[in-house]
Write a protein that binds this ligand. Structure first.
Ligand SMILES: [Zn+2]
Length: 252
């Protein structure tokens, strides 16, 4: 049983290494996804600002045209004033000219305000453009990193899986199956050492009888009654347990 336990432990170490490698790969993929979605978000925001700027520019042009029309009206009124024939006509032209002047002033005021808004929007757009550029650079670097390392990661996983298959050949199939079932239920850890009478998987005390059996090198598999993991006796851990002043279970 001891050698089987030892092989299981080797299998578990291999599984842990595979798990770590897979987790690393997943993390990089997740980072890439996040960066891509952030870049998309920044791009959308940039487009919105760009459209808003275009709208502002359009409005500004319309207002400038309207102000120019008012200027024309003022000019025409001024021309007409030179050839005025009577008081009534004078009043009418003056009234029209004043209205045009007032309108020109209003439109020019609005144009001034719009120019400020346009400048603000342009600054915001440049800022957003810079943020977007940085995010895209970050994303490209991540994609390149994944591309460069993908094969290496895949090879590590493949090698470790082959290693696992080779070790598994010497383990009784029902035992291996049991190991896989526990591993699935217990976050990848199916076989744990016992130290100080405590299961190192769940840190609960195991019954003294089981502890004695373990120390004796029992031919039966011994499970933790709490987390149901396979237990093994690690003499190296016994030393630290003695240091802690916890007496080992007496053997008589
Ligand atoms: Zn346990």
């Amino acid at each position: 049983m001891e050698s089987q336990i030892l092989l299981l432990k080797k299998i578990q170490d291999t599984d842990i290494q595979i798990g770590l490698q897979e987790a690393e790969r997943r993390q990089h993929d997740a980072d890439r996804e996040r960066l891509a979605s952030e870049a998309k978000e920044y791009e959308d925001r940039f487009e919105i600002i760009k459209n808003e700027l275009e709208e502002l520019e359009k409005t500004r042009l319309t207002l400038e045209e309207e102000a120019a029309l008012s200027a024309d009206r003022i000019k025409k009124s001024e021309e007409r004033l030179k050839n005025i024939k009577n008081d009534r006509e004078f009043k009418a032209v003056t009234k029209e000219m004043n209205a045009a002047k007032k309108e020109k002033q209003t439109k020019e005021g609005e144009v001034g305000k719009l120019r400020e808004k346009v400048d603000e929007k342009k600054a915001l757009m440049r800022e957003q453009e810079e943020t977007l550029k940085n995010k895209k650079t970050e994303l490209e670097a991540k994609i390149a990193y994944i591309e460069t390392n993908k094969e290496k990661w895949e090879k590590t996983i493949k090698d470790k899986k082959e290693e696992k298959t080779a070790i598994a050949k010497d383990i009784a199939p029902p035992l291996l199956k049991r190991y896989e079932t526990i591993r699935e239920k217990r976050q990848g850890i199916a076989i744990v050492p016992v130290a100080g009478g405590t299961c190192q998987g769940c840190h609960m005390n195991i019954p003294p009888q089981a502890y004695i059996q373990l120390q004796k090198g029992s031919s039966d598999l011994i499970f933790c009654p709490h987390c149901h993991r396979i237990l093994y006796w690690n003499p190296a851990l016994k030393t630290s347990e003695q240091e802690k002043g916890k007496p080992a279970i007496s053997k008589h």
